[in-house]
Design a binder for this molecule. Structure first.
Ligand SMILES: Cc1ncc(COP(=O)(O)O)c(C=O)c1O
Length: 372
């Protein structure tokens, strides 16, 4: 049977460039090894078994997930060490308890005394011990306890002293690294992330709470950190694909972007210097991109044509334009474009299958897991 080619695919289609993906995975593994930390990759970017096995091979594989559905999926695929890195909803405690019974190590996350109380109460009533991380805010201000406040230490002490909740460690996500511009600025956020977490761990040690795991992560800081002293593990996720956002802020080169959306040209409008393609918000998401770096970032980058701008999207359609004359002859009606999305995690989430490509050949098809 003749191999399938990219040109045979129906659009819009989500493509994963296998050699680039493998290179990104290898580079991050080397970074972690060089700086002496364990890599516990976040798999929410792709939600496939295939990519997770490339990121976390071997019997000691440890991964991070963002939903209980992912935790169940990866448990069924043989993963035995999973951190569910979203603050826990107390209504989901019975489900989390079952996952804890079903695998070697299932870590939960909390940052509120009420969540701790709910876990303790369930643990007492059901003779279960939960493994828990305390979420710490290192400057992103989305979630986590304030490392400057005495209540944060108090909560850590309560977890540590509990019979039903085992204190595994502290965890942070430096999402504010996404607001940076360039490697130096990202390295400074990585330093702040490390110093805050190592300092908090030191404060806990003085209170007799040790040893604990110190878990940090975000793709930009994992790429540009110069030291992870005092840190045990990193949890980057986006790095497998990278995307236009990461390239724009300087977390990767444009050539490192492994995920593209294949679209077809469905309209030519020379009077407006515009081309219409069959991929809109349901193929790219409405993520506005790194507008702090480039206010004209648009919704993605057309590969091989840096002069083109992905100007606007509606549900199923996208408008491509250019500051100079649009090369209509290079993109006839029915012709194809490959576009690097602004945010690969959100674009990937819109597709039921990823087409794995090498050059112009389609070599595999990977099916992501969905749901909550
Ligand atoms: C708690 C947590 N850890 C790790 C990550 C991975 O970071 P990134 O998407 O920058 O790779 C995320 C991403 O949102 C996260 O929320």
């Amino acid at each position: 049977m003749q191999a399938k080619m990219i040109s045979d695919l129906k659009t819009p289609a989500f493509l994963v460039d296998l050699p680039i993906l493998q290179r990104n995975i290898g580079e991050m593994a080397k970074r972690a090894q060089r700086l002496g930390v364990r890599l516990r990759p976040h798999v929410k970017t792709h939600k496939t078994a295939e990519i997770a096995r490339l990121q976390a091979p071997g019997p000691d594989a440890a991964i991070t997930v963002s939903t209980l559905a992912e935790a169940r999926f990866y448990k069924d695929k043989g993963f035995q060490d999973i951190t569910y890195a979203c603050p826990l909803d107390p209504n989901k405690i019975p489900e989390a308890a079952q996952l804890g019974r079903d695998m070697r190590n299932f870590n939960l996350l909390l940052d509120h005394p009420d969540t701790f109380a709910a876990l303790e109460s369930y643990g007492r009533g059901n003779k279960i011990r939960f493994a828990v991380f305390l979420k710490v805010d290192c400057g992103y201000h989305r979630a986590g306890v304030d490392p400057e406040k005495s209540e944060s230490y108090l909560l850590a002490e309560q977890i540590h002293n509990s019979r039903y909740v085992e204190f595994r460690g502290i965890l942070t996500h430096a999402g504010h690294s996404y607001h940076c511009r360039g490697a130096e600025a990202i390295a400074a956020v990585a330093r702040q992330e490390r110093e805050i977490m190592a300092g908090f761990a030191e404060g806990l040690k003085k209170r007799g709470i040790e040893p604990i795991v110190v878990s940090v992560g975000s793709t930009p800081t994992a790429v540009h950190a110069r030291s992870w002293e005092g840190v045990s593990e990193i949890r980057p996720g986006n790095y497998v694909f990278f995307d236009k956002f990461m390239a724009d802020i300087g977390a990767c080169a444009f050539e490192d972007c492994a995920a593209t959306v294949l679209v077809s040209v469905v309209g030519h409008y020379p009077e407006r210097n515009q081309i219409l393609v069959d991929g809109g918000a349901l193929a790219f998401s409405k993520d506005p991109g790194a507008v702090h770096v480039d206010p004209e970032a648009g919704f993605g980058a057309v590969t091989g044509h840096p002069d083109l701008r992905f100007k606007s999207i509606s549900q199923e359609l996208g408008v491509i334009t250019s500051a100079s004359r649009m090369p209509f002859e290079s993109f006839p009606i029915g012709g194809r474009m490959r576009i690097v999305p602004n945010h690969s995690c959100l674009a990937a989430a819109l597709f039921p299958v990823y087409h794995v490509v090498e050059g112009s050949r389609v070599v595999d098809a990977w099916v992501p897991h969905r749901g909550w």
